[in-house]
Structure formats: structure tokens, C-alpha cells
Design a binder for this molecule. Sequence first.
Ligand code: PLP
Length: 378
Amino acid sequence: MKLFDVYPLFDIEIDKGEGCHVWDSNGQEYLDLYGGHAVISIGHAHTHYVDAISTQVAKLGFYSNSVQNPIQKELANRLGKACGYEDYQLFLINSGAEANENALKLASFYNGRTRILSQEKAFHGRTSLAVEATANPKIIAPVNSNGHVTYLPLNDIEAWKKEIEKDDVCACIIECIQGVGGIRMVSAEFLQALRELCDRHNTVLICDEIQCGYGRSGKFFAHQWLGVRPDMITVAKGICNGFPMGAVLISPKFHPVYGQLGTTFGGNHLACAGALAVLDVIEAEGLIGNAYTIGEYLLAGLRRLQAENSHITDVRGRGLMIGIELDIPYKEPRLRLIKEEHIFTGCSGTNVIRLLPPLCITRDDADRFIASFKKVLS
Ligand SMILES: Cc1ncc(COP(=O)(O)O)c(C=O)c1O
């Protein structure tokens, strides 16, 4: 059998990782500023994480959600304390799309409505309603195109107000820093005004923190820079450092109903052990502070480079979620970074290089990137 060929691939096999670095099957080292698409939070193959997962799988990898699972409860407690949402409730699943799917479903159970407002350029996943909320017609199949979603411009509160005042909007789903959309940032004024509108019109506010969350922005959640508490927060990617896991943090105003949501694999023992180890390392190594410090260092270095290189037209982002917009397609410089400088980066659209490194990146790593980037742009 052949693989279903949906990914354009680099001709590189990655077979080992450590911290912020990976090695290919020929032994070549690479600096990983892509983090396997913002998934590696605490660094590749962290020994504490490896030990926690190995110990757990040797004891019990999985049992169903029909019995007590103390590791789930411990994770809910620890996560609530770590992110400042101790009064919220945790529902565990396996991916980002599933997290958004469940958040939107719960919002609709809550207020009985079916309309969703989403941002232009949004990405929320590839399943049923998550893909419909994704502003990319190329990946919305006819069966998913059900007219539930209106896409609105980023930060244009009047446009959002006009729709919410119709009193038929179930939920607004927001990426506070758009990932796939090219590192575009929501303003505090916009989100605070949206919060008020949602409260006034019984609309649910969901922040998709799947890419911008879990410490990446330099606070636990990106929306915490903007002074608002959403009704639901969705997370995945870095939550278990590469082991598939997603979650919805749910405000106390939603009351659980037996059987309304459910999953076979979600919250399994192995994933929970991994997620607890991730929180241990984030705390012990001060990785959220590091994301802020090295993020600021990278942004400053890139802005200095922008002043001397006319190919860079914008540098934007927060913490370790950085977009570098070019006046040329990203394709060649990105490929040269990989092939000549041995540095992985992400990308967006046609001309944005996206940096999403593990949160343990060092100043030396940042210096290496800036020197290499200067070379490939000259
Ligand atoms: C903001 C955002 N939401 C949702 C998703 C979907 O996550 P998953 O691929 O785990 O389903 C992604 C993935 O890139 C994302 O960046």
C-alpha cells in the first residue's frame, strides 16, 4: 500500500531530537525553529518527559473513560493553577480540531443557536465544524459547507457588532495571534469590546489557543495579554509535547450533562502523564519567561535586520510566535535555511516566514538564526 499523498515533503528524514535541535538520518544537525509545527513545547526528548511516559506506559497506557482516572484529575488541578483558571472545567480529547469541534458543539448546546463568527484567514482544524470555521474554501468539502459561519475582518469591531446584535450568533471563535493566517494579532480594544458584546447577547466567546497558547506568547495564554476571560479555551499541540492530546477549558457557566460529550482515547493515562510532565518542565525551567525573553531578543534582532535589509517588510509577533514578512516569496530563503544553514522554520501564505521554536530556545540559537537569515537574504 502507498501513503495517501497529501503532503508536499522535504527530502529529509528526522530521526532524533534533543532540546531545540533535531538530526536527520545522515547525522546532520538542524536548529528547529518550527517545533514540528508549534508542537514541541519543552524541547525534544526531554528526560523528565521520557521518564514519565515510559514509566506510565509500563504500568498502564490506557483504560476507558468509564472508570476513575486520578491522573486526569491531577492534570485538571495542575493546569487550572498554572494558567489561572482554577474555577474552569477540563474536557480532554486528542487533537486541536477535536477541541474546537467540542467547544463549538457545547456552545450550541448552551444557547441553542447555530451561527458562528470566525476571523478572515482563521485556521481552526479540518473536521466538520472546525473546518467550516476555517477561512479557506480549498479545504472545506461540500459536505462541510453548511452556511454556519460568517468570516469577519480582524479587529473590526463594528463588523462583529453588526452580526452579534442580530441575537442569533452561537459563538465567536478567535485566534488571538493567528498562526496559519500569518501571525496577525488581535488588539486588546477589540477583544474587550467583543467580550462585552458576547455577554450582552448571550454569545459564547471561544479563544483557540492551540498554536498561540501554552506559554508560547510569553504568558500562559495569548489572550492573557489582552485582559479578557473567554468562555472556553481550546488547546492542543504543545500540551503534551508531541503526544497527541487536546483539551477544552470550560467556564463554570456551562453545566456538564452525562453523555453529551465523549471520546474513547481522550484523557488516556499515557497522555495525562505526558501532559503533567510538560507542566513540571514548564514550571521548573521557567519556560514561559524564556519564551518572553528570547522572543523579545529575536524580535529586536530581526527589527535591526529589517532596518538594513529591504526584503524584510514587517516583523511581528509576541514571545516565540514570530512572523517575518518578505517582499519576495518565502520559498527560496526558507529552503536555503534548511539546506545550507540547517535551520527549520515555518511559513505562511506566500511570503511570511513563521518562527515557532520549542520554548527552551537559547540566545545562542537566536543569534545563529539571525546570522543565517541575514546570509540567505543577501
Ligand atoms: C490555531 C489552530 N487551531 C486548530 C488547529 C488544528 O489542530 P490539529 O491539527 O491538532 O487538529 C491548528 C493546527 O495547526 C491551529 O494552528
